[in-house]
Design a binder for this molecule. Structure first.
Ligand SMILES: Cc1cc2nc3c(=O)[nH]c(=O)nc-3n(C[C@H](O)[C@H](O)[C@H](O)COP(=O)(O)OP(=O)(O)OC[C@H]3O[C@@H](n4cnc5c(N)ncnc54)[C@H](O)[C@@H]3O)c2cc1C
Length: 434
């Protein structure tokens, strides 16, 4: 029997989980080739070394509701951290002048300060997020888990959540009785931390996913030794051929063959999966795909993460006490950053490493008074995630009978788990076609 050739563009979590499904679940032999533009695999999952410590620079937290990633971690034998429970969301909400809330002290004080500031709204945020998560979990149950949906909107419709795509996050929450203050401070601090956008700028679906991930319900895990192990292990078990430094310039589908061109090499596949967002990928799409109904321009947030080995200045935050380990900012903050996190230290080097996220172009930390005794700074630029402008239409997962687009999912939401859900959906579509 001749084997089918499957090309995958991109070696992030979407491409790697696609390769794994094809490699381990195909009934017929398949030759899988993963083409990656960067010199290394992983995409927005990255492991770097700063101040003598290894750090997850991109995708890091896995929420306790992420059934697919947790299942894969188990199958691949990856060791997870103990569950971390950020009981009260962010630990310090900074408005540029003062902390409007600090939750890094004892639980009773944190509870009291949150309830004093946001009253019943904080309970309502918890209820709304919990109800959302209950409904979202239908994505893991039959019949949704084995179905192939043509668009992300169809997928969300099947779990009764598609209406959240066209409502702005702030409007949705206000409608649920949550106060403006809680939305602009507490909720926006979390959406800015997750997606560098305020609750008023993004659709309600993205807003609620951020609230889930921000710890208002459940807990989060990290992978001991780095999230990148997901990509490494998935590719290894898929038996895929991986070609790095291979930037795809164009795609053309002709009858039953899909041609893909780079500057140095051309490839032909029976099936192609695009596992990279097309907006920043700079790939020319051939005439056979011209009829595809792509929604209007989707902007991508250009983010810069600065990883700083040094000390964080209490005076910058108007105090002589150490600032909280996690500082997030309110919607009206004019700070040069969206969030500032102290990374968990490995306890060996004694050096603290902080991650500071800003929209590009960021102000170099050496030009601010935020840190002192700085021994190293590494800046990582990202095409981080789409602008989650409320929308009713999304691009199709199937661009052509032989060409699939996993990252059609991203304008709906960008997270590791949802990219694995999108690749599962594409795999279901492919199986239905066979
Ligand atoms: C700073 C940051 C922190 C995050 N933290 C979390 C978190 O804690 N938890 C979570 O769940 N999610 C997190 N996310 C989101 C998550 O990382 C992404 O949603 C997810 O990793 C995207 O995976 P992907 O495979 O779809 O895309 P990518 O990881 O972007 O992979 C696409 C790959 O395609 C390659 N590519 C692009 N164009 C071409 C081309 N023309 N030819 C060949 N190859 C190409 C790219 O180089 C890249 O390797 C974070 C994102 C960022 C930016």
């Amino acid at each position: 029997m001749t084997s089918r050739t499957i090309g995958i563009i991109g070696s992030g979590i979407a491409g790697c989980s696609m390769a794994y499904q094809v490699g381990t679940q195909s009934g017929e032999p398949a030759e899988i080739v993963v083409l990656e533009r960067a010199p290394e695999i992983g995409g927005r999952i990255k492991r770097i070394s700063v101040g003598g410590q290894s750090i997850n620079a991109g995708g890091k937290y896995i929420h306790s509701s992420n059934e697919l990633l947790l299942g894969l971690a188990n199958t691949l034998g990856l060791k997870l951290s103990k569950p971390m429970k950020p009981k009260h969301g962010p630990s310090g909400i900074w408005n540029g002048h003062r902390f409007v809330v600090r939750t890094d002290g004892p639980a009773w004080r944190a509870n009291a300060s949150i309830v004093r500031r946001y009253g019943l709204s904080i309970l309502r945020i918890h209820w709304v997020t919990q109800a959302f998560l209950r409904r979202f979990r239908r994505v893991y149950r039959l019949p949704v888990s084995t179905a192939g949906f043509e668009t992300p909107t169809d997928l969300l419709h099947a779990i009764g959540l598609d209406h959240l795509l066209w409502i702005p996050g702030d409007e949705y929450l206000r409608d649920k009785g949550i106060s403006d203050r809680a939305i602009d401070e507490f909720v926006s601090a979390i959406t800015r931390n997750f997606y560098a956008q305020n609750a008023s700028e993004i659709h309600a679906f993205a807003c609620l996913v951020a609230l889930v991930g921000g710890g208002t319900v459940g807990s989060v895990y990290t992978v001991d030794g780095g999230t990148i192990q997901f990509c490494q292990q998935l590719l290894e078990r898929s038996n895929a051929t991986v070609k790095t430094d291979m930037e795809i310039r164009s795609i053309e589908a002709d009858g039953s063959t899909v041609s893909v061109a780079t500057d140095t090499e051309d490839f032909e596949f029976d099936v192609l999966c695009i596992a990279a967002p097309l907006e920043p990928a700079d790939i020319s799409i051939g005439r056979s795909l011209e009829g595809v109904d792509f929604p209007e321009d989707i902007g991508f947030v250009r983010l810069e993460s600065q990883f700083v080995a040094g000390e964080c200045s209490p005076e910058y935050f108007g105090s002589t006490d150490a600032p909280p380990g996690s500082v997030v900012t309110t919607a009206d903050s004019t700070e040069p950053f969206y969030d500032l996190h102290r990374q968990p230290t490995d306890g060996e080097t004694g050096t603290y490493v902080f991650a500071l996220a800003s929209r590009e172009p960021s102000v170099p930390v050496t030009e601010t008074d935020i840190f002192y005794d700085v021994t190293e700074v590494q800046t990582i630029p990202w095409n981080a995630y789409p602008e989650f402008t409320p929308r009713s239409d999304t691009a199709p997962f199937r661009l052509h009978p032989n060409v699939y687009y996993i990252n059609a999912m991203e304008p709906v939401i960008s997270a590791m788990e949802t990219q694995v859900i999108a690749s599962r959906n594409v795999w279901n579509l492919m199986k239905e076609t066979d």
